[in-house]
Design a protein around this ligand. Sequence first.
Ligand code: DP6
Length: 344
Amino acid sequence: MEKLSVSWSSPSNIALVKYWGKIPHQIPCNPSVSFTLKNSLTIMDVEAEKTNAGEIQVDFFFEGKINEKFKSKIVKFLESERERFDWITNYKLTIKSENTFPHSSGIASSASSMSALCLSLLSLDEKITGVKTQTEDFYKEASDLSRRASGSAGRSVYPYLVSWGEIDSVVGSSNLFAAPVNKADIHPMFHDYCDSIMIVDAAEKSVSSRAGHSLMDSHPFRELRYKRAHENLEKLLSAMKEGKMEDFISIVEEDALMLHALMMTSTPSFILLKPMSLLLIEKIREYRRNTNIPVCFTIDAGPNIHLLYPKAHETAVKEWLAMEFKDLRIIHDETGPGPVKIKD
Ligand code: DP6
């Protein structure tokens, strides 16, 4: 029987202005922007064997072991994309996936894994249909498809700084796919950025992002949040263009704290931050005040703290981290070049 295979590696990303709240078909309620990471990757190998079974067939292995939970997510997604991939019921997919970062470490695995899956599906599609798409269109569709699988995954197909969602000042911006921010529109001080993830708690999240998004539907601060997120994004992009570090820091920290304030004030309310998260925030701000080194923090839907700083300050910051937080697990990452096709 005919067998085809492809492999992609795709990174996770960390949002600076957060996507939180969506309407049906994975349309975000506000635009967001993120740094694409370099070391936190999903490496995925997808093999398609012709069976003509007439139904979706998937074997999914995560780090060498069958994983039924993730398999059912993938099958559900493939069901919803049957029209796009009309060959999907004629092939059995064997998917082998690995992450270069630990599970539940505060690094979004759905962004890297879903983007790796979607890039692989589109590469397979090219092989099966014999129709090759131009590079730019390939990535645009990969972003759109990844967004439909998991919103933030749509940002992972592009390098460095990536925005997703309609923004007044960005011509051609869309809620359907992300787009890389042009390097010429980013001041050199923001070109190479580090993200050191300070692990407060590696336990599974108590509230999924999916459940969190839906709590925004009836949130009392909903409209205010969306208005503020738009403003934050516009201001952040202009601060990053003009090299205004103080503005960058204040917007990034505000947006992360707002995300958690929204969680705390939703019905039901939930608190993902731990006392240690707050302690780290205090320490980070104190270090910034004392040294003038422009460290700041962001936080995803969990208790772990992402410490962001320009690569130029890497040695000093890492020395401080090693000295001040001896017992804390820290994963060092930085901005990176986006997905790579490993095998075609
Ligand atoms: C807090 O992309 O994981 O990380 O679309 O339901 O899969 P789904 O949600 P997901 O939400 C990410 C939320 C966030 C902020 C962000 O990455 O922008």
